[in-house]
Design a protein around this ligand. Structure first.
Ligand SMILES: Nc1ncnc2c1ncn2[C@@H]1O[C@H](COP(=O)(O)OP(=O)(O)O)[C@@H](O)[C@H]1O
Ligand code: SF4
Ligand SMILES: [Mg+2]
Length: 365
């Protein structure tokens, strides 16, 4: 990629490549409205890895699909999503098509469903290159070999003519990453990219993502419910709960001094003696609220041991955990009574919730 294009796509150093502001997404059917995302904001800087974590059903994938402009027509979207300074919310589909793949790309949990079983992997990578970059068949093939090499596929010159079913799950995910980065996007969204893979294969995929960031400067949104992956791969973490952002911090701050009771609950089971082996999000007592409404209150209150009448009377803003000092601007939380930096956690209590959780919202799934 030339310097000029790099500048135009990635902007000046320090400026976010992706900026999400007050994003809301709801799905309306004849019988109900699901408020899947409610007021999520984050920035992603060049070459940065931002992990997005939270229980199943908290809106991680819907947020990602909104950024990609891939939500179904039943979705109503509010707020702003800017990539390289361009607004994507409300942009015509034609413009989104140009941006997708070129400036921003996504990989999913299950690579087999995203690959075409009847085309060789070389054809599939090559098609992206020919469509977006106008390469000839021969040029596209050469570049495809380079890309397979970049994502760590051994003997790429011979494997390029293989079909997806001839590859292992880990190799297929590498192919998906090669397709995603074919046009050198400034932003890569990886939605649970290692969840379907076993642990040793996962490590290889994370290494590929790290090397992309180092070699190409790709900024990555890494959606995961594996806290081990967060600790290994992320620079910064955004914690979501029931469609809202509840805490955001540099990864070391989050693991050392989480301030939001929900984050404390997530990390507690992992950090407790004997809990080191638990990498997945643990279960927190109580039920995730229904998303039929987004109340003007803290939605974590029914599960929170620190909840009081303030928490049920108004929605906490998402802001610095130490607004007075300004020393912790990068650490933000949405809580009326956040933990202090050195304060020990008390035990989360389970208060019966009024709404049963739907199966897709079971904790830690
Ligand atoms: N197309 C859709 N129509 C209606 N509801 C949806 C749709 N896609 C997702 N949802 C709902 O939005 C909520 C958030 O889902 P999702 O973002 O997939 O969660 P996760 O954090 O597990 O990725 C869930 O309650 C889910 O059922
Ligand atoms: S706002 Fe209140 S209920 Fe919500 S997490 Fe903070 S202390 Fe708990
Ligand atoms: Mg998901």
């Amino acid at each position: 990629m030339t310097e000029t294009v790099l500048e135009s796509v990635r902007g000046r150093v320090g400026e976010p490549v992706l900026s999400v502001r007050d994003l809301s997404v709801s799905f309306r059917s004849d019988t109900r409205t699901v408020h899947a995302v409610d007021g999520v904001s984050y920035d992603l800087h060049p070459g940065e890895v931002l992990a997005v974590v939270g229980e199943s059903g908290c809106g991680k994938s819907v947020t990602s699909m909104a950024v990609m402009g891939l939500l179904p027509p039943t979705a109503r979207i509010g707020g702003s999503i800017r990539v390289g300074g361009r607004e994507l919310v409300g942009a015509p589909e034609k413009e989104l098509q140009k941006i997708r793949g070129k400036d921003i790309a996504m990989i999913f949990q299950e690579p087999m469903t995203s690959l075409n079983p009847v085309l060789t992997i070389g054809r599939q990578i090559g098609e992206v290159l020919r469509r977006h970059q106008g390469l000839s068949r021969k040029e596209a093939r050469e570049r495809s070999v380079d890309l397979l090499d970049l994502v760590g596929i051994p003997a790429p010159r011979s494997r390029i003519d293989e079909y997806p079913h001839q590859l292992s799950g880990g190799m297929r995910q590498r192919v998906m990453i090669a397709i995603a980065v074919a046009c050198d996007p400034s932003v890569l969204i990886a939605d649970e990219p290692t969840t379907a893979l076993d642990v040793t294969v996962q490590a290889g995929i994370l290494e590929v993502l790290q090397s992309l960031r180092e070699r190409l400067g790709t900024a990555i949104v890494l959606v995961t419910h594996d806290l081990g992956v967060v600790a290994d791969a992320a620079d910064r973490v955004l914690v979501m709960y029931a469609g809202r952002s509840v805490e955001e911090a540099p990864v070391h701050d989050l693991f050392a001094t989480a301030r939001h009771p929900y984050t404390r609950g997530l990390l507690g089971a992992v950090l407790r003696p004997g809990g080191e082996g638990k990498r997945r999000l643990p279960e927190i007592p109580g039920l995730v609220p229904s998303l039929d409404s987004q109340p003007d209150a803290c939605t974590f209150a029914p599960r929170c041991s620190r909840a009081d009448e303030t928490c049920t009377a108004g929605r906490p803003g998402f802001g610095s955990v130490d607004p007075g000092t300004g020393t912790d601007a990068a650490h933000r939380a949405a809580c009326w009574h956040p933990y202090g930096a050195g304060e020990a956690s008390d035990i989360l209590t389970a208060t019966p919730a009024t709404e049963p959780a739907r199966p897709d919202q079971e904790a830690g799934k």
